[in-house]
Ligand binder design. Structure first.
Ligand code: IVH
Length: 671
């Protein structure tokens, strides 16, 4: 491709991409598929890579950020950026209305109502349709140059579209971060050990003031235009509603809630309506803004001390309040994660009485330097769980340090925090009441023990009634107990018993997976089962040994070893085996010591129950049958052995008493 052709092609692609961006971000009506859009971008990147001389800062490829600046420069706004006077109740709204009506000598006033976005005000200068500079509000006259960062926000057009593009236009608007974007960002920051932001506004401000725009490009920022500053263009913009409409036509996103209102009553209804929507909006708003709609009337009213007399912010009650932290309790989640929960001196935040707040994890407490007895800022935004934003250190007196317990408050098992993780966990697993229900649901699931008809609702019910404390109790349930449950007829109870019975025949990998050991999914369970072939060998595997298995990292190895170190887990495994759970060793079990050998057990065994003896033999590759025939290798006898023993002697089959049997299974060799 020639340079001239490349320039033309790149120009056409940029125009197309700008148009598609507009449909996506401003109109919320995309007209092409994501992959088609990606292809256009890829094509443009290809051309710009081949002809770097044609790259300009307004190319959509430049949104990924550029080399860092050393310092934010000062920018003078062409027209000053004003702030707003606030009102907090209806009376004050009426006074505002009366005051301007008197001043303008009119009966009613036309207003424009908008949400008051809680972010950072910016001023974006377009010359002949091209984005030239973007700046923060600063002191209203001088702001900081954040052009490099604003360019990374997808919603902000790098060039205006449509008709009557003005020679010069200052677009005023707010950069915000959505709740979802904020939560994702803070999670990433937490994982990286980076700065966690107190609220979306701080996160938006911090992101915009970055020296390195590549960092800003990663941040989930949005932009909404709410007005203009200096304007030099052909069309006459006579009222605020027109301005917003025209901004949208030029490709700028405008808050979809903005509305023309004919009098103060409509303003008050609008306020009430937006207030009810507040928690459902994707971003924070801290009130609504009313602006006199006619520009001529705005000019007549003018401004006092940097605030226009033609606009007012009717504020909402704050989402943050101050209260005292009375204590920190521990909640054990269904995966065993220990979450510290703040008990607060009750405080009303945005109309709701708050008594608890999440503290996420121990690291968060350390990072925010929270101590019991502290005065704290509590924030409640929308339906999200209230949070402690920060501590008022100046008010601190008589506080105590929070100490993470080393035993689980629900079951008393050890609490561990693995290297590189911030979460403390109870390793009680199957016995922990807090984790029990979830553990049983997992145990019964299709890929684990596959107990047909045993759904989560039923498990919750069984747990609540105290009928199952561990997974092993499932196999002790009787048809009578089951048919007495809610929505359980005789037939379904019967079916469930059959399903439980059927589930007893399983495989080692399924059984291992069913244990719900952290990080041990189906694939890992299969690898381990194939390597060790028996539950006893897995029980004895050391972390060091497990780590040497391909695909098993140190954390998984630790989890497996730790799980089998716990006496109660071994007891549950034992109970399951006793209840009749078994698996057949695979064909590649030929390496097992008693492969293809057949045993008969007779008489009452005193060293271990017969089921266990049977299971041990199975795990070592042996088969156990009832009938004594010539095919039998050994008859193992306890007290009062009876006819089977006699038959063995008759047929000349080797017999073993309990001591010899124990030695054999311990040494895994024939006597
Ligand atoms: S108009 C001339 N409209 O609120 C009036 N401001 O407290 C200047 N804000 O600095 C502002 N949403 O950061 C206006 N719809 C809206 C707004 C809005 C949020 C912010 C803006 C301004 C501050 C004033």
């Amino acid at each position: 491709m020639q340079l001239e052709q490349a320039t033309k092609k790149a120009h056409a692609l940029r125009q197309l991409i700008t148009q598609y961006n507009y449909q996506y971000y401003v109109l919320d009506a995309p007209s092409i598929m994501d992959h088609e859009y990606d292809q256009l971008m890829r094509k443009l990147i290809e051309i710009e890579t081949e002809f770097p001389e044609i790259i300009n800062s307004n190319s959509p490829t430049q949104r990924l950020g550029v080399s860092p600046v050393t310092k934010l420069q000062e920018v003078k706004h062409l027209l000053p950026m004003l702030s707003l006077a606030n009102v907090f109740n209806e009376d004050e709204m009426h006074s505002f209305d009366t005051r301007i009506k008197e001043e303008l000598c009119v009966e009613t006033i036309d207003f424009s109502g908008e949400t008051k976005l809680d972010g950072l005000a910016v001023n974006i200068l377009y010359k002949n349709g091209l984005l030239i500079t973007a700046a923060t509000r600063g002191d209203g006259s001088l702001g900081e140059d954040i052009t490099h960062n604003i360019r990374t926000i997808q919603e902000v057009p790098l060039s205006l579209i449509g008709e009557n593009i003005p020679q010069s236009l200052e677009v005023r608007g707010e950069v915000v971060m959505t709740h979802k974007g904020f939560a994702t960002l803070n999670n990433t920051q937490r994982d990286k050990g980076g700065k966690v932001f107190a609220n979306p506004r701080n996160a938006a401000a911090g992101s915009l003031r970055q020296l390195d725009s590549r960092v800003t490009a990663e941040r989930p920022l949005s932009f909404f235009a709410f007005g203009i500053g200096d304007y030099n263009g052909n069309i006459n913009l006579t009222n605020h509603t027109n301005i917003l409409r025209q901004l949208k036509l030029w490709g700028l996103p405008v808050s979809s809630e903005s509305k023309r209102l004919s009098n103060i009553h409509e303003c008050l209804s609008y306020y009430a309506k937006i207030k009810t929507m507040r928690s459902r909006l994707p971003h924070d708003i801290d009130g609504v803004v009313f602006k006199v709609n006619e520009i001529s009337q705005q000019h007549q009213l003018g401004f006092v001390s940097r605030a226009p007399r033609w606009a007012i912010a009717y504020k909402f009650p704050p989402l943050e309040k101050i209260t005292q932290l009375l204590g920190i309790e521990i909640q054990v989640g269904r995966t065993g994660a220990l979450t510290p929960v703040a008990r607060l001196s009750p405080v009303k935040v945005a109309g709701v009485l708050i008594t608890n707040a999440t503290l996420h994890n121990f690291d968060e407490i350390k990072r925010k330097d929270i101590k019991i007895g502290d005065w704290v800022y509590v924030r409640r935004a929308g339906d999200v769980i209230p949070e402690i934003v920060g501590v008022i250190k100046e008010k601190r007196s008589d506080v105590s340090e929070f100490i993470m317990p080393s035993f689980c408050p629900a079951c008393g098992a050890d609490v561990v925090c693995q290297d590189g993780e911030v979460v403390y966990r109870c390793i009680g697993g199957l016995i922990c009441s807090a984790q029990r229900t979830q553990a049983i649901i997992h145990f019964a699931s299709r890929k684990a023990m596959n107990i047909d008809g045993l759904g989560s609702k039923l498990i919750v019910q069984l747990n609540e009634l105290g009928l199952i404390n561990t997974v092993a109790d499932l196999y002790l349930l009787s048809q009578e107990q089951l048919s007495g449950l809610d929505r359980m007829g005789i037939k379904s109870a019967e079916n469930l018993i059959t399903a439980l019975e059927k589930s007893k025949k399983t495989t080692l990998e399924r059984f291992l997976y069913a244990m719900g050991i952290r990080e041990v999914g189906e694939a890992t369970a299969l690898t381990i089962a194939a390597k060790y072939q028996s539950i006893t060998s897995i029980e004895q595997a050391t972390t060091k040994e497990l780590k040497t298995i391909p695909d098993i990292g140190p954390i998984t190895a630790f989890n497996i070893n730790h799980f089998f170190q716990q006496k109660y887990n071994l007891e549950i495994i034992q109970s399951l085996i006793l209840a009749g759970v078994y698996w057949e060793t695979k064909s590649d079990a030929t390496s097992l010591p008693f492969c293809d050998m057949v045993f008969v057990l007779t008489g009452s065994l005193s060293i271990m129950p017969r089921d266990e003896a049977k299971q041990r033999l199975l795990m070592l590759g042996g088969k156990v049958t009832e009938k004594v025939s010539k095919k039998i290798n050994y008859v193992i006898y306890g007290q009062n052995p009876g006819s089977k023993y006699e038959r063995a002697i008759e047929l000349g089959i080797k017999t073993l008493n309990e001591e010899s049997f124990m030695k054999m299974i311990e040494k895994k060799v024939e006597p």
